[in-house]
Design a protein around this ligand. Structure first.
Ligand code: ADP
Length: 500
Protein backbone atom coordinates (compact mmCIF):
# COMPACT_ATOMS: atom_id res chain seq x y z
CA UNK A 1 0.00 0.00 0.00
CA UNK A 2 1.52 3.37 -0.98
CA UNK A 3 2.23 5.72 1.90
CA UNK A 4 1.55 9.28 0.81
CA UNK A 5 4.21 11.63 2.16
CA UNK A 6 3.92 14.66 -0.11
CA UNK A 7 0.89 16.14 -1.89
CA UNK A 8 0.64 18.94 -4.43
CA UNK A 9 -2.62 20.87 -4.22
CA UNK A 10 -3.62 21.89 -7.74
CA UNK A 11 -5.84 24.70 -6.52
CA UNK A 12 -5.88 28.04 -4.73
CA UNK A 13 -7.68 30.09 -2.08
CA UNK A 14 -9.77 28.67 0.73
CA UNK A 15 -9.90 25.10 -0.52
CA UNK A 16 -6.13 24.86 -0.97
CA UNK A 17 -5.64 26.10 2.59
CA UNK A 18 -8.34 23.82 3.96
CA UNK A 19 -6.71 20.76 2.37
CA UNK A 20 -3.26 21.78 3.64
CA UNK A 21 -4.52 22.09 7.21
CA UNK A 22 -5.51 18.43 7.20
CA UNK A 23 -2.27 17.41 5.50
CA UNK A 24 -0.38 19.28 8.20
CA UNK A 25 -2.27 17.35 10.85
CA UNK A 26 -1.50 14.08 9.07
CA UNK A 27 2.21 14.89 8.84
CA UNK A 28 2.10 15.09 5.03
CA UNK A 29 4.20 17.69 3.19
CA UNK A 30 2.06 20.14 1.21
CA UNK A 31 3.05 21.81 -2.04
CA UNK A 32 1.14 24.91 -3.18
CA UNK A 33 0.98 26.16 -6.75
CA UNK A 34 0.29 29.78 -7.58
CA UNK A 35 -0.26 32.30 -10.33
CA UNK A 36 0.95 35.90 -10.47
CA UNK A 37 -2.21 37.17 -8.77
CA UNK A 38 -1.76 34.72 -5.89
CA UNK A 39 1.94 35.22 -5.23
CA UNK A 40 1.25 36.63 -1.75
CA UNK A 41 -1.78 34.51 -0.91
CA UNK A 42 -2.12 32.68 2.41
CA UNK A 43 -2.28 29.30 0.67
CA UNK A 44 1.25 29.91 -0.63
CA UNK A 45 2.72 31.01 2.70
CA UNK A 46 1.00 28.19 4.60
CA UNK A 47 2.36 25.43 2.33
CA UNK A 48 5.63 23.64 3.08
CA UNK A 49 6.73 24.24 -0.52
CA UNK A 50 5.34 26.35 -3.34
CA UNK A 51 5.76 26.34 -7.11
CA UNK A 52 4.97 29.10 -9.60
CA UNK A 53 2.60 28.21 -12.42
CA UNK A 54 2.27 31.29 -14.59
CA UNK A 55 0.24 34.44 -15.31
CA UNK A 56 -3.03 35.11 -13.50
CA UNK A 57 -5.67 33.82 -15.97
CA UNK A 58 -6.59 30.22 -15.04
CA UNK A 59 -5.82 29.02 -18.56
CA UNK A 60 -2.23 30.18 -18.11
CA UNK A 61 -1.83 28.81 -14.58
CA UNK A 62 -4.23 26.57 -12.63
CA UNK A 63 -5.47 24.79 -15.76
CA UNK A 64 -2.02 23.93 -17.12
CA UNK A 65 -2.25 20.15 -16.79
CA UNK A 66 1.21 19.26 -18.12
CA UNK A 67 2.98 21.95 -16.16
CA UNK A 68 1.33 20.82 -12.92
CA UNK A 69 2.36 17.22 -13.61
CA UNK A 70 5.93 18.23 -14.54
CA UNK A 71 6.26 20.23 -11.32
CA UNK A 72 4.86 17.32 -9.34
CA UNK A 73 7.47 15.00 -10.81
CA UNK A 74 10.29 17.48 -10.24
CA UNK A 75 9.21 18.02 -6.63
CA UNK A 76 8.74 14.26 -6.13
CA UNK A 77 5.18 14.46 -4.87
CA UNK A 78 3.31 11.21 -4.25
CA UNK A 79 -0.17 12.55 -5.00
CA UNK A 80 -2.11 15.49 -6.42
CA UNK A 81 -5.24 16.83 -4.73
CA UNK A 82 -7.31 18.81 -7.24
CA UNK A 83 -9.72 20.48 -4.74
CA UNK A 84 -12.91 21.61 -6.50
CA UNK A 85 -13.28 23.51 -9.78
CA UNK A 86 -10.24 23.83 -12.11
CA UNK A 87 -9.00 20.29 -12.95
CA UNK A 88 -10.98 18.41 -10.31
CA UNK A 89 -13.47 16.84 -12.73
CA UNK A 90 -11.20 16.51 -15.71
CA UNK A 91 -10.89 12.81 -16.61
CA UNK A 92 -7.99 13.42 -19.02
CA UNK A 93 -6.01 15.13 -16.28
CA UNK A 94 -6.67 12.32 -13.78
CA UNK A 95 -5.50 9.88 -16.45
CA UNK A 96 -2.30 11.81 -17.15
CA UNK A 97 -1.54 12.10 -13.44
CA UNK A 98 -1.81 8.33 -13.06
CA UNK A 99 0.23 7.72 -16.20
CA UNK A 100 2.99 9.84 -14.63
CA UNK A 101 3.03 7.44 -11.67
CA UNK A 102 1.36 9.93 -9.33
CA UNK A 103 -1.78 9.22 -7.27
CA UNK A 104 -4.81 11.32 -8.24
CA UNK A 105 -6.84 12.03 -5.09
CA UNK A 106 -10.26 11.32 -6.50
CA UNK A 107 -12.13 8.58 -8.31
CA UNK A 108 -10.99 6.72 -11.43
CA UNK A 109 -10.83 8.67 -14.71
CA UNK A 110 -13.67 6.46 -16.00
CA UNK A 111 -15.96 7.41 -13.10
CA UNK A 112 -15.16 11.11 -13.68
CA UNK A 113 -15.93 10.72 -17.36
CA UNK A 114 -19.27 8.96 -16.85
CA UNK A 115 -20.50 11.40 -14.22
CA UNK A 116 -19.16 14.41 -16.13
CA UNK A 117 -21.88 13.87 -18.68
CA UNK A 118 -25.40 14.15 -17.30
CA UNK A 119 -26.68 11.81 -20.02
CA UNK A 120 -23.96 9.18 -19.52
CA UNK A 121 -24.69 9.35 -15.78
CA UNK A 122 -28.40 8.71 -16.33
CA UNK A 123 -27.52 5.77 -18.56
CA UNK A 124 -25.04 4.33 -16.06
CA UNK A 125 -27.57 4.33 -13.23
CA UNK A 126 -30.36 2.86 -15.33
CA UNK A 127 -29.82 -0.74 -14.10
CA UNK A 128 -30.28 0.46 -10.53
CA UNK A 129 -33.59 1.49 -9.11
CA UNK A 130 -32.88 5.22 -9.10
CA UNK A 131 -35.65 7.74 -9.75
CA UNK A 132 -34.86 10.10 -12.65
CA UNK A 133 -36.59 13.36 -13.58
CA UNK A 134 -39.03 12.54 -16.42
CA UNK A 135 -37.56 13.50 -19.80
CA UNK A 136 -35.21 12.19 -22.48
CA UNK A 137 -32.20 9.99 -21.86
CA UNK A 138 -30.59 10.59 -25.27
CA UNK A 139 -29.38 13.86 -26.82
CA UNK A 140 -32.10 15.62 -28.82
CA UNK A 141 -31.53 14.87 -32.49
CA UNK A 142 -34.97 15.19 -34.04
CA UNK A 143 -37.08 18.30 -33.48
CA UNK A 144 -40.48 16.68 -34.08
CA UNK A 145 -39.69 13.76 -31.80
CA UNK A 146 -38.32 16.11 -29.11
CA UNK A 147 -41.47 18.27 -29.24
CA UNK A 148 -43.57 15.16 -28.83
CA UNK A 149 -41.64 14.10 -25.74
CA UNK A 150 -41.81 17.62 -24.29
CA UNK A 151 -45.59 17.55 -24.67
CA UNK A 152 -45.81 14.17 -22.97
CA UNK A 153 -43.59 15.32 -20.10
CA UNK A 154 -45.71 18.48 -19.81
CA UNK A 155 -44.64 22.13 -19.97
CA UNK A 156 -42.74 23.89 -18.51
CA UNK A 157 -39.69 21.81 -19.36
CA UNK A 158 -35.95 22.38 -19.09
CA UNK A 159 -33.51 21.95 -21.95
CA UNK A 160 -30.20 21.04 -20.33
CA UNK A 161 -26.67 20.71 -21.62
CA UNK A 162 -25.34 17.23 -20.96
CA UNK A 163 -21.90 18.66 -20.22
CA UNK A 164 -23.29 21.61 -18.24
CA UNK A 165 -22.15 22.63 -14.79
CA UNK A 166 -22.10 25.47 -12.29
CA UNK A 167 -25.78 26.22 -12.90
CA UNK A 168 -25.05 27.07 -16.55
CA UNK A 169 -26.47 25.51 -19.71
CA UNK A 170 -30.16 25.33 -18.75
CA UNK A 171 -33.16 26.87 -20.53
CA UNK A 172 -36.72 26.85 -19.31
CA UNK A 173 -39.32 26.36 -22.05
CA UNK A 174 -42.78 27.50 -20.99
CA UNK A 175 -44.76 26.24 -23.99
CA UNK A 176 -44.49 24.58 -27.38
CA UNK A 177 -44.28 27.85 -29.33
CA UNK A 178 -40.93 28.65 -27.68
CA UNK A 179 -39.49 25.18 -28.07
CA UNK A 180 -37.61 25.49 -31.35
CA UNK A 181 -36.00 28.84 -30.58
CA UNK A 182 -34.93 27.79 -27.08
CA UNK A 183 -33.55 24.52 -28.41
CA UNK A 184 -31.37 26.33 -30.94
CA UNK A 185 -30.06 28.66 -28.26
CA UNK A 186 -29.42 25.81 -25.84
CA UNK A 187 -27.43 23.83 -28.42
CA UNK A 188 -25.27 26.77 -29.47
CA UNK A 189 -24.65 27.77 -25.81
CA UNK A 190 -23.74 24.19 -24.90
CA UNK A 191 -21.36 24.03 -27.84
CA UNK A 192 -19.65 27.33 -27.07
CA UNK A 193 -19.49 26.96 -23.27
CA UNK A 194 -18.79 23.26 -22.87
CA UNK A 195 -17.55 22.16 -26.31
CA UNK A 196 -20.39 19.64 -26.51
CA UNK A 197 -23.71 20.54 -28.11
CA UNK A 198 -25.63 17.55 -26.63
CA UNK A 199 -28.80 18.73 -24.89
CA UNK A 200 -31.75 16.84 -23.42
CA UNK A 201 -35.19 17.43 -21.94
CA UNK A 202 -36.11 17.30 -18.27
CA UNK A 203 -39.42 18.10 -16.64
CA UNK A 204 -39.15 21.45 -14.93
CA UNK A 205 -39.94 20.85 -11.28
CA UNK A 206 -41.69 24.05 -10.29
CA UNK A 207 -40.93 24.39 -6.56
CA UNK A 208 -37.95 22.14 -6.09
CA UNK A 209 -35.49 21.66 -3.30
CA UNK A 210 -31.91 20.70 -3.98
CA UNK A 211 -30.82 18.00 -1.56
CA UNK A 212 -27.61 16.06 -1.98
CA UNK A 213 -25.99 13.07 -0.32
CA UNK A 214 -22.31 12.88 0.60
CA UNK A 215 -20.74 9.52 -0.05
CA UNK A 216 -17.35 7.95 0.67
CA UNK A 217 -16.13 4.81 -1.02
CA UNK A 218 -12.84 2.96 -0.64
CA UNK A 219 -10.97 1.02 -3.33
CA UNK A 220 -12.29 -2.29 -1.98
CA UNK A 221 -15.96 -1.74 -2.82
CA UNK A 222 -17.13 -0.38 0.57
CA UNK A 223 -19.40 2.65 0.16
CA UNK A 224 -21.16 4.63 2.89
CA UNK A 225 -23.25 7.78 2.82
CA UNK A 226 -22.78 10.65 5.24
CA UNK A 227 -26.36 11.90 5.09
CA UNK A 228 -27.76 14.89 3.27
CA UNK A 229 -27.06 18.56 2.70
CA UNK A 230 -29.89 20.96 1.96
CA UNK A 231 -28.72 23.39 -0.73
CA UNK A 232 -31.93 25.08 -1.85
CA UNK A 233 -30.97 28.69 -1.15
CA UNK A 234 -29.47 29.56 -4.54
CA UNK A 235 -28.94 32.45 -6.90
CA UNK A 236 -28.48 31.79 -10.65
CA UNK A 237 -28.97 28.05 -9.93
CA UNK A 238 -25.89 28.22 -7.70
CA UNK A 239 -25.81 27.56 -3.98
CA UNK A 240 -25.25 30.32 -1.41
CA UNK A 241 -26.42 28.76 1.86
CA UNK A 242 -26.27 25.07 2.75
CA UNK A 243 -27.17 23.11 5.85
CA UNK A 244 -27.11 19.62 7.28
CA UNK A 245 -29.33 17.91 8.09
CA UNK A 246 -32.26 19.15 5.96
CA UNK A 247 -35.28 20.37 7.90
CA UNK A 248 -37.65 18.26 5.80
CA UNK A 249 -35.84 14.95 5.37
CA UNK A 250 -37.34 12.23 7.57
CA UNK A 251 -35.31 9.20 8.71
CA UNK A 252 -37.01 6.96 6.14
CA UNK A 253 -36.50 9.46 3.29
CA UNK A 254 -32.86 9.81 4.39
CA UNK A 255 -32.40 6.09 4.25
CA UNK A 256 -33.95 5.85 0.78
CA UNK A 257 -31.89 8.73 -0.56
CA UNK A 258 -28.76 7.30 1.05
CA UNK A 259 -29.31 3.91 -0.60
CA UNK A 260 -30.00 5.58 -3.97
CA UNK A 261 -26.78 7.61 -3.64
CA UNK A 262 -24.75 4.51 -2.80
CA UNK A 263 -26.22 2.81 -5.87
CA UNK A 264 -25.26 5.75 -8.07
CA UNK A 265 -21.72 5.38 -6.74
CA UNK A 266 -21.80 1.64 -7.39
CA UNK A 267 -22.95 2.27 -10.96
CA UNK A 268 -19.54 3.81 -11.72
CA UNK A 269 -17.43 1.76 -9.26
CA UNK A 270 -16.78 4.94 -7.35
CA UNK A 271 -14.04 5.47 -4.82
CA UNK A 272 -13.17 8.63 -2.94
CA UNK A 273 -15.47 11.39 -1.70
CA UNK A 274 -18.39 12.25 -3.95
CA UNK A 275 -21.78 13.90 -3.92
CA UNK A 276 -24.99 12.63 -5.43
CA UNK A 277 -27.39 15.48 -6.14
CA UNK A 278 -31.16 15.10 -6.10
CA UNK A 279 -34.02 17.41 -6.85
CA UNK A 280 -37.01 17.04 -4.55
CA UNK A 281 -40.55 18.04 -5.54
CA UNK A 282 -43.35 19.40 -3.36
CA UNK A 283 -44.57 15.90 -2.54
CA UNK A 284 -41.05 14.99 -1.40
CA UNK A 285 -40.41 12.70 -4.37
CA UNK A 286 -36.69 12.80 -5.11
CA UNK A 287 -34.99 12.45 -8.49
CA UNK A 288 -31.30 11.96 -9.35
CA UNK A 289 -29.78 15.05 -10.97
CA UNK A 290 -26.06 14.37 -11.23
CA UNK A 291 -22.98 13.26 -9.32
CA UNK A 292 -20.06 15.53 -8.47
CA UNK A 293 -16.91 13.47 -8.42
CA UNK A 294 -14.92 15.62 -6.01
CA UNK A 295 -14.96 17.44 -2.69
CA UNK A 296 -17.81 19.97 -2.61
CA UNK A 297 -17.59 23.59 -1.48
CA UNK A 298 -20.20 22.81 1.19
CA UNK A 299 -18.47 19.72 2.65
CA UNK A 300 -17.80 21.36 6.07
CA UNK A 301 -21.45 21.10 7.17
CA UNK A 302 -21.18 17.32 6.79
CA UNK A 303 -17.88 17.33 8.70
CA UNK A 304 -19.55 19.12 11.60
CA UNK A 305 -22.55 16.79 11.91
CA UNK A 306 -20.61 13.54 11.39
CA UNK A 307 -17.32 14.42 13.08
CA UNK A 308 -15.40 13.13 10.04
CA UNK A 309 -12.64 15.02 8.23
CA UNK A 310 -13.45 14.39 4.57
CA UNK A 311 -10.03 15.41 3.27
CA UNK A 312 -8.38 12.97 5.66
CA UNK A 313 -10.71 10.23 4.41
CA UNK A 314 -9.86 11.14 0.79
CA UNK A 315 -6.15 10.74 1.49
CA UNK A 316 -6.60 7.43 3.32
CA UNK A 317 -8.76 6.09 0.47
CA UNK A 318 -6.14 7.21 -2.07
CA UNK A 319 -3.54 5.26 -0.07
CA UNK A 320 -5.69 2.17 -0.54
CA UNK A 321 -6.88 1.90 3.06
CA UNK A 322 -10.22 0.31 3.90
CA UNK A 323 -12.86 2.68 5.32
CA UNK A 324 -12.42 2.62 9.08
CA UNK A 325 -16.18 2.82 9.77
CA UNK A 326 -19.37 1.35 8.36
CA UNK A 327 -22.85 2.82 7.83
CA UNK A 328 -24.11 1.77 11.27
CA UNK A 329 -21.25 3.61 12.94
CA UNK A 330 -22.24 6.94 11.36
CA UNK A 331 -24.82 9.19 12.96
CA UNK A 332 -25.98 12.79 12.82
CA UNK A 333 -24.98 14.95 15.72
CA UNK A 334 -26.32 18.53 15.88
CA UNK A 335 -26.90 20.98 13.07
CA UNK A 336 -24.56 22.92 10.77
CA UNK A 337 -25.15 25.82 8.36
CA UNK A 338 -22.75 27.28 5.81
CA UNK A 339 -22.92 30.76 4.33
CA UNK A 340 -20.82 31.33 1.24
CA UNK A 341 -19.26 34.76 1.45
CA UNK A 342 -19.07 35.96 -2.13
CA UNK A 343 -17.62 39.29 -3.22
CA UNK A 344 -20.99 40.06 -4.79
CA UNK A 345 -23.52 42.79 -4.24
CA UNK A 346 -26.89 41.32 -3.22
CA UNK A 347 -28.42 44.76 -3.76
CA UNK A 348 -27.27 44.70 -7.35
CA UNK A 349 -28.41 41.35 -8.66
CA UNK A 350 -25.53 39.51 -6.96
CA UNK A 351 -23.06 40.96 -9.44
CA UNK A 352 -19.37 40.49 -8.55
CA UNK A 353 -17.97 43.39 -6.52
CA UNK A 354 -14.26 42.83 -6.44
CA UNK A 355 -11.74 45.22 -4.93
CA UNK A 356 -9.61 45.55 -1.82
CA UNK A 357 -10.51 44.03 1.54
CA UNK A 358 -9.99 47.21 3.56
CA UNK A 359 -11.23 45.68 6.79
CA UNK A 360 -11.44 41.96 7.27
CA UNK A 361 -12.32 40.67 10.74
CA UNK A 362 -13.45 37.07 11.16
CA UNK A 363 -16.01 36.04 13.75
CA UNK A 364 -14.75 33.60 16.37
CA UNK A 365 -16.19 31.33 19.01
CA UNK A 366 -17.17 27.75 19.71
CA UNK A 367 -18.85 26.10 16.75
CA UNK A 368 -17.77 28.83 14.31
CA UNK A 369 -15.46 27.89 11.43
CA UNK A 370 -14.25 30.27 8.75
CA UNK A 371 -12.59 28.70 5.71
CA UNK A 372 -11.01 31.49 3.72
CA UNK A 373 -7.99 32.39 1.65
CA UNK A 374 -7.58 36.11 2.16
CA UNK A 375 -6.19 38.57 4.69
CA UNK A 376 -7.04 42.19 5.41
CA UNK A 377 -5.59 44.55 2.80
CA UNK A 378 -5.56 41.98 0.00
CA UNK A 379 -7.16 42.49 -3.40
CA UNK A 380 -9.80 40.03 -4.58
CA UNK A 381 -8.50 39.05 -8.03
CA UNK A 382 -10.83 39.37 -10.97
CA UNK A 383 -9.57 36.15 -12.53
CA UNK A 384 -11.25 33.59 -10.32
CA UNK A 385 -14.48 32.68 -8.58
CA UNK A 386 -15.60 35.59 -6.37
CA UNK A 387 -16.05 33.41 -3.27
CA UNK A 388 -13.80 34.82 -0.57
CA UNK A 389 -14.79 32.67 2.38
CA UNK A 390 -17.20 30.18 3.89
CA UNK A 391 -18.68 30.82 7.30
CA UNK A 392 -19.83 27.60 8.91
CA UNK A 393 -21.69 27.39 12.23
CA UNK A 394 -22.50 24.36 14.32
CA UNK A 395 -24.83 23.91 17.29
CA UNK A 396 -26.96 21.27 18.88
CA UNK A 397 -30.11 22.05 16.90
CA UNK A 398 -31.27 24.08 13.89
CA UNK A 399 -32.75 26.93 15.90
CA UNK A 400 -29.57 27.46 17.93
CA UNK A 401 -27.47 27.13 14.80
CA UNK A 402 -29.47 29.86 13.00
CA UNK A 403 -29.03 32.16 16.02
CA UNK A 404 -25.32 31.43 16.08
CA UNK A 405 -25.06 32.18 12.36
CA UNK A 406 -26.72 35.58 12.92
CA UNK A 407 -24.26 36.40 15.73
CA UNK A 408 -21.35 35.25 13.58
CA UNK A 409 -22.51 37.38 10.63
CA UNK A 410 -22.77 40.39 12.96
CA UNK A 411 -19.22 39.77 14.07
CA UNK A 412 -17.84 39.35 10.53
CA UNK A 413 -16.61 42.76 9.41
CA UNK A 414 -15.75 43.22 5.77
CA UNK A 415 -15.26 46.63 4.19
CA UNK A 416 -14.00 47.66 0.78
CA UNK A 417 -16.28 45.30 -1.10
CA UNK A 418 -19.93 44.27 -0.88
CA UNK A 419 -20.55 40.68 0.16
CA UNK A 420 -23.38 38.16 0.44
CA UNK A 421 -23.29 38.35 4.27
CA UNK A 422 -26.24 40.80 4.62
CA UNK A 423 -28.27 38.54 2.34
CA UNK A 424 -27.43 35.53 4.50
CA UNK A 425 -28.58 37.42 7.59
CA UNK A 426 -31.83 38.25 5.83
CA UNK A 427 -32.33 34.55 5.04
CA UNK A 428 -31.57 33.50 8.63
CA UNK A 429 -34.22 35.90 9.93
CA UNK A 430 -36.83 34.99 7.32
CA UNK A 431 -39.90 33.12 8.54
CA UNK A 432 -39.86 30.74 5.60
CA UNK A 433 -36.24 29.73 6.21
CA UNK A 434 -36.91 29.43 9.92
CA UNK A 435 -39.87 27.14 9.31
CA UNK A 436 -37.88 24.94 6.91
CA UNK A 437 -40.51 25.57 4.21
CA UNK A 438 -38.53 26.99 1.32
CA UNK A 439 -37.28 25.96 -2.11
CA UNK A 440 -34.84 27.06 -4.81
CA UNK A 441 -37.13 30.01 -5.58
CA UNK A 442 -36.43 31.71 -2.24
CA UNK A 443 -34.88 34.79 -3.85
CA UNK A 444 -37.60 35.16 -6.48
CA UNK A 445 -40.34 34.76 -3.89
CA UNK A 446 -39.04 36.70 -0.93
CA UNK A 447 -36.03 38.84 -1.71
CA UNK A 448 -35.73 42.33 -3.12
CA UNK A 449 -32.74 44.65 -2.72
CA UNK A 450 -34.93 46.88 -0.52
CA UNK A 451 -34.84 44.14 2.10
CA UNK A 452 -31.22 45.05 2.78
CA UNK A 453 -31.59 48.79 2.78
CA UNK A 454 -31.34 48.83 6.57
CA UNK A 455 -27.94 47.16 6.54
CA UNK A 456 -24.69 49.09 6.68
CA UNK A 457 -23.01 50.90 3.87
CA UNK A 458 -19.27 50.39 3.49
CA UNK A 459 -18.59 53.69 5.25
CA UNK A 460 -20.79 52.78 8.18
CA UNK A 461 -19.06 49.42 8.45
CA UNK A 462 -15.67 51.14 8.46
CA UNK A 463 -16.81 53.45 11.29
CA UNK A 464 -18.12 50.46 13.21
CA UNK A 465 -14.85 48.57 12.74
CA UNK A 466 -12.85 51.58 13.94
CA UNK A 467 -15.17 52.03 16.91
CA UNK A 468 -14.96 48.42 18.00
CA UNK A 469 -11.16 48.42 17.95
CA UNK A 470 -11.28 51.73 19.87
CA UNK A 471 -13.46 50.12 22.54
CA UNK A 472 -11.13 47.09 22.78
CA UNK A 473 -8.11 49.37 23.04
CA UNK A 474 -9.72 51.58 25.64
CA UNK A 475 -10.80 48.62 27.71
CA UNK A 476 -7.37 46.98 27.67
CA UNK A 477 -5.54 46.90 31.01
CA UNK A 478 -2.85 49.36 29.81
CA UNK A 479 -5.50 52.00 29.43
CA UNK A 480 -7.70 53.62 31.98
CA UNK A 481 -10.82 51.47 32.22
CA UNK A 482 -13.93 53.13 30.83
CA UNK A 483 -16.48 54.25 33.37
CA UNK A 484 -19.69 52.23 33.45
CA UNK A 485 -21.51 55.16 31.88
CA UNK A 486 -18.96 55.52 29.02
CA UNK A 487 -19.09 51.81 28.33
CA UNK A 488 -22.88 51.79 28.28
CA UNK A 489 -23.03 54.71 25.86
CA UNK A 490 -20.58 53.10 23.47
CA UNK A 491 -22.24 49.70 23.59
CA UNK A 492 -25.67 51.19 23.09
CA UNK A 493 -24.43 53.00 20.04
CA UNK A 494 -22.96 49.79 18.64
CA UNK A 495 -26.19 47.94 19.32
CA UNK A 496 -28.29 50.63 17.71
CA UNK A 497 -26.13 50.51 14.60
CA UNK A 498 -26.25 46.74 14.46
CA UNK A 499 -29.98 46.46 14.79
CA UNK A 500 -30.69 49.39 12.57
P1 ADP B 1 -25.24 22.03 -12.63
O1 ADP B 1 -24.43 20.85 -13.07
O2 ADP B 1 -25.12 23.18 -13.54
O3 ADP B 1 -25.04 22.36 -11.18
P2 ADP B 1 -27.72 20.67 -11.92
O4 ADP B 1 -28.39 19.67 -12.79
O5 ADP B 1 -26.97 20.14 -10.73
O6 ADP B 1 -26.75 21.57 -12.83
O7 ADP B 1 -28.78 21.74 -11.43
C1 ADP B 1 -28.43 22.93 -10.76
C2 ADP B 1 -29.68 23.59 -10.19
O8 ADP B 1 -30.62 23.87 -11.25
C3 ADP B 1 -30.47 22.73 -9.21
O9 ADP B 1 -29.97 22.84 -7.90
C4 ADP B 1 -31.86 23.34 -9.34
O10 ADP B 1 -31.95 24.55 -8.64
C5 ADP B 1 -31.95 23.65 -10.82
N1 ADP B 1 -32.54 22.50 -11.58
C6 ADP B 1 -31.88 21.50 -12.19
N2 ADP B 1 -32.73 20.63 -12.77
C7 ADP B 1 -33.98 21.07 -12.55
C8 ADP B 1 -35.29 20.61 -12.89
N3 ADP B 1 -35.49 19.52 -13.61
N4 ADP B 1 -36.35 21.35 -12.47
C9 ADP B 1 -36.17 22.49 -11.75
N5 ADP B 1 -34.97 22.97 -11.39
C10 ADP B 1 -33.86 22.29 -11.78
Amino acid sequence: MPKIKKILIANRGEIALRIMRTLHEMGIISVAVFSDADRNSPHVSFADEAAYLGPSPSKESYLLQDKIIELSKALKVDAIHPGYGFLSENAAFAQKVQAAGIIFIGPSPTAIEIMGSKLAAKKAVSQYDIPLVPGTDEPISDLIEAKKIAKEVGYPILIKASAGGGGKGMRIVENEDEFEEQLQRAVSEAQSSFGDGAVFIEKYISSPRHIEIQILGDQHGNIVHLFERECSIQRRHQKVIEEAPSAIVTPSMRQKMGIAAINVAKACSYHGAGTVEFIVDEKLNFYFLEMNTRLQVEHPVTEFITGKDLVREQVLIAEGKTLSFNQEELSINGHAIETRVYAEDPQNNFLPDIGKLHTYKRPEGPGIRVDDGFEEGMDIPIYYDPMIAKLICFDEDREKCIEKMIRAINGYIITGIESTLPFAKYVMNHASFRSGEFDTKFIEKYFTPENLKTSFTNDEKAILAALSSFIIQQSSPQNQPLTQQQLKEKTNWTKRKKSG
